[in-house]
Design a protein around this ligand. Structure first.
Ligand SMILES: [Zn+2]
Length: 246
């Protein structure tokens, strides 16, 4: 049995976590914020009690139909992503690997449902969290709103990468303004995508999400800087932004 009094969460001792998980099981949507506040504040910090909660979260997710499960997965995903930020978290990924594998399987079943774009991209990101895919497990969901911020690899200017209802372009100014200079994004040819990019694109198509698949082809495509003209692969700059040491 887990001795919760020896574990900690964002508030200190984790003695209250089992009761919180009980309430979360009864009402995931209503209790999600409170749970995240204690177990994964800012969606990027996890504690010993957060990891210890993973088997219970997998159990709660398994107890719900796929269509009723996403709040539970949206709680577990950030905890698993945050695990890489500490040695304790890295060890926890091993300790709780079977719960994480269950969460991955339970997420997979949700992706095939008819979902709105935001939920679909959120769940796809969550699936990457359980697989251990860095960076995209925390920022793939920008695809739903259709905006990333990156730095030009040459001149360092901040660029908005816009892939959405307003078009597909890069610009260094607020693109809501008129007369802003924009450079087009050039999508990757899906048949030439490889690795994770190919898998995500093909999965979105197979899951009946052609808009997401199209945005992915632009995310894994190219553009150039509005200020200095340097061309670059968009996804590489998103990765560089998230992992500045690269
Ligand atoms: Zn530049």
């Amino acid at each position: 049995m887990t001795d919760w009094s020896k574990l900690s969460d964002a508030h200190g001792t984790a003695e209250g976590v089992p009761a919180l998980l009980e309430r979360f099981e009864a009402d995931p949507a209503g209790v999600w914020s409170e749970l995240i506040d204690r177990l994964c504040p800012q969606l990027d910090t996890a504690f010993s009690a957060s990891f210890a909660a993973l088997p219970r979260l997998a159990e709660i997710a398994a107890g719900r139909e796929p269509a009723e499960r996403h709040w539970v997965l949206f709680a577990a995903g950030p905890i698993v992503s945050s695990a890489r930020r500490s040695a304790e978290g890295a060890a926890a990924r091993e300790t709780y690997s079977s719960a994480i594998a269950d969460l991955a399987r339970l997420t997979g079943a949700c992706l095939r449902l008819p979902l709105d774009r935001e939920d679909y991209v959120g769940l796809l990101q969550t699936a990457l969290a359980f697989e251990g895919v860095e960076v995209w497990d925390e920022c793939l969901d920008n695809l739903a709103q259709g905006e990333y911020e990156v730095e030009c690899p040459y001149c360092g200017v901040n660029l908005f990468i816009v892939l959405g209802d307003d078009g597909f372009f890069a610009c260094s100014d607020d693109y809501a303004l008129r007369d802003v200079e924009k450079t087009p994004l050039r999508p990757a040819d899906p048949s030439e995508l490889a690795g994770l990019a190919r898998r995500l694109h093909d999965q979105a198509l197979a899951d009946g999400q052609p808009v997401v698949a199209r945005r992915l082809s632009y995310l894994f495509g190219h553009t150039s800087c509005t200020d200095c003209g340097t061309g670059f692969p968009v996804a590489d700059r998103v990765l560089a932004q998230a992992m500045p040491t690269r």
